[in-house]
Design a protein around this ligand. Structure first.
Ligand SMILES: Cc1cc2nc3c(=O)[nH]c(=O)nc-3n(C[C@H](O)[C@H](O)[C@H](O)COP(=O)(O)OP(=O)(O)OC[C@H]3O[C@@H](n4cnc5c(N)ncnc54)[C@H](O)[C@@H]3O)c2cc1C
Length: 509
């Protein structure tokens, strides 16, 4: 029996499996497909995802295969994030198939069990665990775990079996994707505003398959059956309608259909069932957010689920997974839908687009949208006080007794981190009951101010508590906070990482 079963070995499921294993939890990933398709939908990682991989010490694997690109855009209006305060002020262009392979390699290194083909087809939860029915080669099996996480994509079986609502807005357009050969290919790549027409939108760029082009068409106002098969003729007709030619397309290697249906689960959690990635939210791929949202879901959930499974934190900690990610995703989906409204050419959308272009010229407009699109501005409502609360921690270089180290290096093991720049005994004393779970690092104070994307510079605190997902859980209001430096620290430690050791031992006795 595994502690946690994950349905779906896509990017979200694999990232979550890695997070759980880092925390010492037994994980079984069940994947419906016998082998990877090798096909990619996503083509890149935004800056915050690159940071997440850096926080776990595996970013070099992705940087070695991808290329840093200025890919942050809002409805293809370029956003400048090069001077954002991060080590990675760029997106990394890398095919989804490679992202999945690199995450799978990492998961196997960490000892994740991966079973395929194995399709989750039923579930039943009770007070002590969850029973999962799985279709395997020619039969079915029943497996038991403490929790099941559905990372099984937009049409999630787990979501449906758990009866979780998936409200949102229906499709208003039809989008087709094909990796095809072209007899008479256009000399120019079209990957941006040049593809806008009044009745649709198209893109034409290099496919991941050598010698093929990826053609994407979007027909506004046309809603088709999402299960209807896509043929090269369907794609060709859409191309002729929008562009006036199909460049002699033939010999498709892959054909697909997607839409702007935009939905978000009404709860990321139903008892012992949790949902993450596309299983929890679907939307049009404007500005390439889906896979990146899934990675952030995984990193937000991983340490919380691990702490609950290990009995360190109460089950209610999992409710914060819902409250934090639901709030953030609602905001992101709104942004994505606003982008879709800006696609049609020759309508009021053109006028609105010009307004946005002007706004982006202002530093604040660029910073705000750049923060959302790069996902560097992801923040959670953890409480009031220091302006960094709930935001992702900046990757400072710090000087500790063990030498120079970066904050993200200290997060490689996915453990909570208390950075104390004050050297005052009350901080150490407050953290005493959590030394089994929280790494305390005493560092020399460096800068008076810390730089954050979007909110800008903030006063450096005297001490900061960082969750394993890299978000700030607690900080003193300033470097020279009046009274006790450790005020509120024990509450924050208890809230996020469970009761102090003595209390836990007492409760267990
Ligand atoms: C055209 C297009 C372009 C895109 N471009 C981008 C982009 O540039 N950037 C970006 O961030 N996102 C992009 N996306 C979105 C991105 O591809 C998805 O958000 C991402 O794949 C979601 O990952 P996931 O792991 O949650 O789900 P999936 O990738 O859908 O993985 C789910 C896995 O679960 C398995 N599964 C399904 N049912 C079961 C079951 N019952 N039991 C066991 N296993 C099961 C599936 O076989 C699959 O392997 C794009 C999407 C499209 C359509």
């Amino acid at each position: 029996m595994a502690d946690v079963i994950i349905a779906g070995g896509g990017p979200t499921g694999l990232m979550l499996a890695c997070e759980l294993r880092l925390a010492g939890v037994d994980v079984l990933v069940l994947e419906k497909l016998a082998r990877r398709t090798g096909e990619s939908r996503a083509g890149g990682l935004h800056a915050r995802s690159v940071e997440l991989l850096d926080q776990r010490g595996i970013v070099d694997r992705f940087l070695a295969e991808g290329s840093a690109q200025p890919l942050a855009h809002f409805a293809f209006m370029h956003l400048d994030i090069d001077d954002f305060p991060t080590r990675h002020p760029y997106a990394v262009a890398i095919h989804q198939s490679r992202i999945e392979q690199l995450l799978e390699d990492r998961a196997l290194e960490l000892g994740v069990q991966l079973r395929r083909p194995a399709e989750v087809i039923g579930l039943e939860q009770d007070e002590t665990g969850i029973e999962v029915e799985v279709a395997v080669d020619g039969g079915t099996e029943r497996l038991r775990a403490d929790y099941l996480v559905g990372c099984d994509g937009g049409r999630s079986k787990v979501r449906k079996l758990a009866g979780v609502g998936f409200p949102g807005t229906p499709a208003t357009l039809t989008a087709l994707l094909g990796d095809v050969e072209l007899t008479d290919p256009p000399s120019e790549i079209v990957f941006g505003q040049e593809g806008r027409r009044d009745n649709g939108f198209y893109m034409n760029f290099q496919s991941e398959y050598p010698g093929l082009r990826r053609i994407i068409t979007v027909e506004f106002g046309k809603v088709t059956d999402r299960d209807a098969p896509v043929t090269v003729e369907t794609l060709s007709e859409a191309c002729v309608e929008i562009v006036g030619t199909d460049w002699g397309m033939h010999s498709p290697r892959r054909l697909d259909r997607f839409s702007d249906a935009c939905r978000l689960v009404d709860s990321f959690r139903q008892g012992r069932v949790l949902l993450a990635g596309d299983a929890a939210h679907v939307h049009f791929p404007s500005s390439g957010q889906g896979l990146n949202l899934g990675l952030q879901d995984a990193v937000n959930l991983g340490w919380k689920l691990a702490a609950v499974v290990k009995g360190e934190a109460p089950d209610e900690l999992l409710d914060t997974y819902h409250s934090e990610r639901h709030l953030h995703t609602t905001h992101m989906l709104n942004n994505i839908r606003a982008q879709t409204a800006l696609w049609p050419a020759g309508s009021e959308a053109d006028a609105l687009r010009r307004v946005f272009e002007d706004l982006i010229e202002f530093e604040h407009g660029n910073r705000y949208l750049g923060g959302v699109i790069s996902q560097l501005d992801t923040h959670y409502p953890v409480g009031d006080g220091h302006p960094a609360l709930g935001r992702r921690m900046t990757d400072l270089d710090i000087k500790s007794p063990n030498g120079r180290v970066s904050v993200y290096e200290l997060l490689h093991g996915a453990r909570p981190l208390l950075l104390d720049f004050s050297g005052r005994p009350d901080v150490r004393a407050a953290a005493d009951g959590w030394t089994d779970r929280v790494d305390l690092v005493e560092a020399e104070p460096q800068d008076d101010r810390w730089a954050f994307p979007v909110i800008g510079d903030v006063p450096a605190p005297a001490a900061v508590l960082i969750r394993p997902d890299g978000h700030v859980a607690w900080a003193t209001p300033t470097a020279a906070a009046a009274g006790s430096e450790a005020e509120g620290l024990t509450d924050a430690l208890t809230r996020w990482f469970g009761p102090a050791r003595a209390r836990r031992e007492q409760d267990a006795a």
